[in-house]
Ligand binder design. Structure first.
Ligand code: GLV
Ligand code: MN
Ligand code: MN
Length: 430
């Protein structure tokens, strides 16, 4: 896809078609043939960042890549006023999971760029600056850390994470240098709080609520509490044909019990929106005629409150300890990531609700996000708010992820209307 400017769209459909063409162009940049996989600091990430940079420049933004690989496109304020020295940050991520859908993250970046173009086309002069951010590490797939790039922008990045390694043993520090980033400058990349008006993100809902209620857009109230854990079970290898069942120390059967217990704990916590997922399991030595000696698996736990999530993790851990005695295996539980509930700022939810109401001619539904987002990091810098966009059957992290052209157009319109509401809130409305 060329980076030449498209004709200025004037309809929802036109905006939606523009958005889809850009999302398709990004989806063509992948490490895998026939599937979308774009991990942080890879050659595919670099290509996608370059394309986003081209689009940002075409939209009139001044562009730079920061030391963490985030593309930042800035538009100075169009009018002077009491908020002329502040910028509204709008962003999302361009990394994906393995065999991903094309809208997760990418939609938010594209919507931000199209919103800038649309504001310009409509001749809106904002009283504050705008910055569009394309973050590179929301998914946390390559390294066992997540939100690296938004944490840098928010000034909460922990430099210890630079030593985290990917499956090939490459550290985050080495990958950043190879990408053209600069580990020694990460702390200089944090925004100064007084210079930021807030952070806004458009993202697909990744769940079924908006589709069920037949609404294209919704306003997010908060992002769920989340933790990730690594569980390791060490048993004893043995011959599959000779060791009697009551003399085995089978790491897989122990893991199976813990995995089912995690599911049971989560099922009991429905009122706190508790969910638990084991998405990655490794079995060693991994042969059909050898009793498994060593199993490692991931555990991801999320809930509407920090207390509910912590209580669930404690219950699963206690269960794991009991298995350890009963099956005479060694169980280790390590916490690799812990994020508290991130609450959207009333000022932002109010502007989003008013903006979306104009677009869909009805007050929008409020909903919580079970998925993680860059807003979890940005919330520690400034007020943040999110617009959710209906996606087909609520499917996400799956190549079947889909958003209709009309809903894509509505998403851009909703973002533009929200920015205008914020301008009004700042007392500078046209
Ligand atoms: C990212 O999408 C996550 O919620 O894990
Ligand atoms: Mn996402
Ligand atoms: Mn995702």
């Amino acid at each position: 896809m060329s980076s030449a400017p498209f004709p200025k769209p004037s309809s929802r459909r036109g905006l939606g078609e523009r958005a889809l063409a850009m999302i398709d162009a990004l989806a063509a940049i992948s490490a895998d043939d026939g599937a979308l996989t774009r991990l942080y600091l890879t050659p595919e990430h670099a290509k996608a960042a370059a394309l986003v940079g081209d689009w940002m420049r075409s939209a009139g933004l001044s562009v730079r890549m920061d030391a963490a690989g985030t593309m930042r496109g800035a538009l100075p304020p169009g009018r002077s006023g009491r908020s002329a020295n502040k910028s509204l940050l709008i962003g999302s991520h361009i990394d994906t999971v393995i065999d991903a859908g094309r809208f997760d993250g990418n939609l938010g970046v594209v919507a931000g760029i199209l919103a800038v173009e649309e504001l310009t086309a409509r001749g809106v002069a904002l009283p504050f600056g705008l910055e569009i951010l394309a973050f590179g590490d929301e998914e946390g797939v390559r390294f066992p850390v997540t939100l690296t790039s938004s944490s840098v922008a928010a000034g909460i990045f922990d430099p210890k994470a630079l030593e985290a390694t990917d499956e090939k043993g490459v550290s985050l520090r080495e990958a950043l240098i190879a990408f053209g980033g600069d580990p020694s400058r990460l702390s200089n990349e944090a925004y100064a709080r007084p210079a930021v008006l807030g952070y806004l993100e458009v993202h697909i809902e990744q769940g079924p609520v908006l589709e069920r209620s037949n609404e294209p857009l919704g306003v997010v109230t908060a992002i769920a509490s989340q933790s990730r854990h690594r569980i390791r079970i060490r048993g004893e290898a043995g011959h599959a044909g000779t060791v009697p069942m009551d003399m085995r120390h089978d790491a897989v059967t122990a893991a199976a019990e813990i995995i089912l217990a995690a599911e049971e704990v989560a099922r009991k916590g429905k009122k706190h929106s508790l969910v638990a997922t084991v998405g990655h399991v490794e079995v060693m030595p991994g042969a059909s005629n050898v009793i498994p000696a060593d199993v490692r698996f991931s555990l991801d736990v999320r809930a509407a409150t920090d207390d509910a999530r912590k209580a669930a993790v404690e219950e699963i851990t206690l269960f794991a300890r009991r298995i350890d005695k009963r099956r005479q295996v060694v169980v280790g539980v390590e916490t690799v990531l812990e994020k508290a509930v991130a609450t959207c700022a009333p000022r932002m939810t109010k502007a989003i609700a008013a903006g979306i109401a104009r677009v869909q001619q009805a007050p929008p539904r409020s909903l919580m996000s079970g998925a993680g987002h860059d807003g979890q990091a940005m919330a520690q810098l400034c007020d943040f708010g999110m617009i959710f966009v209906r996606c087909r059957a609520g499917i996400s992290h799956n190549p079947n992820e889909w958003v209709s052209v009309d809903d894509l157009g509505a998403a851009v319109e909703g973002l533009v209307a929200t920015i205008e509401e914020l301008a009004r809130q700042e007392g500078e409305a046209k």
